[in-house]
Design a protein around this ligand. Sequence first.
Ligand code: FNR
Length: 351
Amino acid sequence: MNVEDAADQLYRGKVILAPMVRAGTLPFRALALRYGADTVFTEEVIDRRVVNAVRTENPVLGTVDYVEKRGKKGIATPFQTCPALERGRLVYQIGTGDATNALRAAQHVERDVAAVDINMGCPKRFSLQGGMGAALLKQPQVAADIVGTLRRNLSVPVSVKIRLLETPGETVEFARRMEKAGACALSVHVRKVGDTPASKARWEELRPVVDAVNIPVIANGDVYTRADMAGIKALSGCSSVMLARPALLNCSIFKPDGHVLPLKEVIQQYLRECFRYDSVYQNAKYTVMEMLTKRRHPDHLKESISLGLPGGAPGMREVTPAKTLGQLARLWDVGADFDAETVRRRKRAEQ
Ligand code: FNR
């Protein structure tokens, strides 16, 4: 299959889980896929982080783990995937400001991912100082060099994720440039670099970008319901939609029938994924806490957002002191599942 066809399979007519640092690790991606997401993005991984990690097949978990030895700090796993679940549906997002480093990172993981995406939208100081994320919007030559280098040297498609630039004309020009450089798809977070996450997404500014390029354009920003998916598609003509905070709020938004499940059930299911993939408790706890807060959501929606937890369900106060996956499990009434998974894993390891 050529890369354009491969990109169409990932990016046309799809509902996509957005990249999210810390939250977008394997258990949350697995949850999104099992509910019905078509394509899932990894969290952004900075280019240099993965190149020193050793690719290890983990027969006990059924995963491929990229493991990094960090001296006295023990080991870290900057990237983990479950091929049986994610093959053909996983986009690996790189944080980079340099074509050579980006290529090294991409080639290192190429056989385990369906596409590689470059983060060109992150406005955080760490990214900007490193010439990464939204810094690339101001450096179109560097951005084009990264995309072109990956396109020429990889067997999988390359996509980019951007924000809106200052004017519609500038966004269109940048999008065209990325397409010309070899990008097979373009995700647009429809906010500008100076906009806060609390501000309303600018859905109405996407249409000119969609009209200007031939590659699939994925709309991202404030898509909270099935009606929003249809709304942003009608307004912009985009190929696909991408969800970040709405997926954290209730990941069952990916169910194709639109019947969202109670949050307690979603959190329990998420924790089962954490047991299955033997997550570190810090990551599980962070993600559960993100599910339990309205803090990050746009101001104009905060009133209408319900966390949908029954009385007596644990809240932040109960989750905060948890120090193990087992404690989280018992808090959310899935202690028996945690114990069963631990036994199953031990038996598999002994085989
Ligand atoms: C993000 N976002 C983000 N974007 C990106 O390109 N790479 C990343 O690693 C992250 N990390 C991240 C973490 C968390 C916790 C949040 C909430 C967001 C931005 C995200 O992908 C998306 O563009 C915005 O959140 C807007 O979409 P929603 O949230 O309105 O669907």
